[in-house]
Design a binder for this molecule. Sequence first.
Ligand code: SF4
Ligand code: SF4
Length: 441
Amino acid sequence: MNDYINALLHEAVSDKDIETILKKAARFQGLTTREAAALLTSTDEGHISRIFEIAGQIKSHIYGERIVLFAPLYISDYCINSCTYCGFKGNGSHQRRKLTQEDVKAQVAILEKMGHKRLAVEAGEDPHNCSLDYILECINTIYSTSDIRRVNVNIAALDIEDYRRLKAANIGTYILFQETYHRPSYAQFHPIGPKKDYDYHFKAFERAMEAGLDDVGAGVLFGLYDYKYEVLALMLHNEALERQFGVGFHTISVPRIRDTEGGKVYPYGVSDEDFLKLVAILRIAIPFTGMIISTRETPDMRRQLIKIGISQMSAGSCTAVGGYGNNPSTLQFPLSDHRNADEIFYWLMEEGILPSFCTACYRRNRSGAKFKDLAKKGDIKNICLPNGLLTLKEYALDYGDTRFKSLASKLINQKLTDIENPTLVQAKLQELENGKRDIYI
Ligand code: SF4
Ligand code: SF4
């Protein structure tokens, strides 16, 4: 992979080649790695602004003007790995903690009051202090004692048998970040613990898919190595899964490290300009995969990123175990968007973007290849918009004050005009008014 990617990044590309690639991209046909490499290495301002324009068109055409919201729930920061960039690394001196089931209920109750319906359960790797049995117990507690409707899971690489157990727990997406695809950098940043094994980590999605988990969420921690290399490696990984299982990543997360963070210097740290460019190129290259941004990014960056490709974001997040409602000391990573969930929902509405708490696809069994087929036909937007409207209405009724209700109502009426036959949705909105809940199509 290494030589192949490096060769692509050094190929000569003419302006005419780039024009041809951009024309193809504008037809929402995705890109080959060679085409993506050509865009990644271009520094021409005209080409770059065209990349942003096309990325924006793809975002709007495929996903519509909505953002799906979620919150992370850190259940344990015990970890036997030592990823050098992480606040939970095993050789750190902080007091470790994992949630009791009562703690889980209390944390989830706070997240529910924020309006969240979709969580990402997060835990460090420590089979002794944070076993899979414990994680499954937490998932069961969440589903059985709350109105949380989708639990995605971001935990260490497992074997096939354990992925089967995760599948049986009815999780949404199984998320695992490769962090960096560049082997020497991977070795440098992951010196200790099971995660040190690049190949076992890299092949985790194959095992997960063999175990029946067909929604897998990938990610790179941009800034550990050259972002151009990482984008191409991510694409190759996605293509390999598509070849083997008929479907690639369900989502791609794009956390990043700047050139300095936490007092450390990262020579490959990614500037704002490069970050926007790489997100736009990923949007163009893999148009039918959701893209996720966390509260690592500032409000202004998040505003720009949702216009060029991001379809999901966290809101009101805390990256510490038991951090909701408390004043946590040890964060997994520092946040740059400190707004509470409510402020983010207001902000999105004021930008004309629909805050969506939708979890419909997974509950309608639209996962894996079935989901991708809908997305490729351009049909997913027609499902996302009605569902987003229904969830916003539900949120407004249950949690909104007068101002929120009025803003939500205005946005819902405005977005209803984008639906070809709004009668069905209007009827369902009325059912919510009448007291029914959890309505989705
Ligand atoms: Fe542990 Fe994950 Fe942090 Fe690595 S990134 S030290 S595996 S919690
Ligand atoms: Fe996501 Fe499906 Fe809901 Fe759209 S309809 S927001 S793709 S769960």
